[in-house]
Design a protein around this ligand. Sequence first.
Ligand code: INI
Length: 156
Amino acid sequence: MKDIKIIEGKLTAQGLNIAIVAARFNDFVVESLIGGAVDYLTRHGLDPEKLTLVRVPGAFELPLACQKLAQSGKFDGIVALGAVIRGATPHFEYICAEATKGLAQVSLQNGLPVGFGLLTTEDLNQAVERAGGKAGNKGADSAAAMLETIQVLKLL
Ligand code: INI
């Protein structure tokens, strides 16, 4: 490790323009994810005036809204937040697959970091645990990943 060149991003959000796109579905869980993401970003130097929150109906709508924001050229990165909780039908699989694929496409096609803060859980308990409970806060984690990616891409 001693002589190798290491490129890594600094965890600073100073001067950046960030959008959070959050689904309304399962809002009581998503609210905690939004709180975690906002808290992480502002504690890392983001000016609250440079943070935009966009609400969409459900996880299925996340990719389209993120794509529109990415194409606007106004943002350095986007955090996508939502919670898909398994029900009795295959609906869960379809929404998870389309939202995940769509968000990855937006990121790659626009060269823009998209934090993946979409919970896909077996039940409500698993979702609550990951939205500020004992398994942390995936809103904060996805904001952290987006921020690090923004900064490391600047150096590549
Ligand atoms: N949307 C979610 O974000 N989470 C869910 O758990 C969910 N379930 O279970 O149905 C969900 N459905 C709505 C979907 O994302 C779309 O908004 C809807 O189908 C309209 O296009």
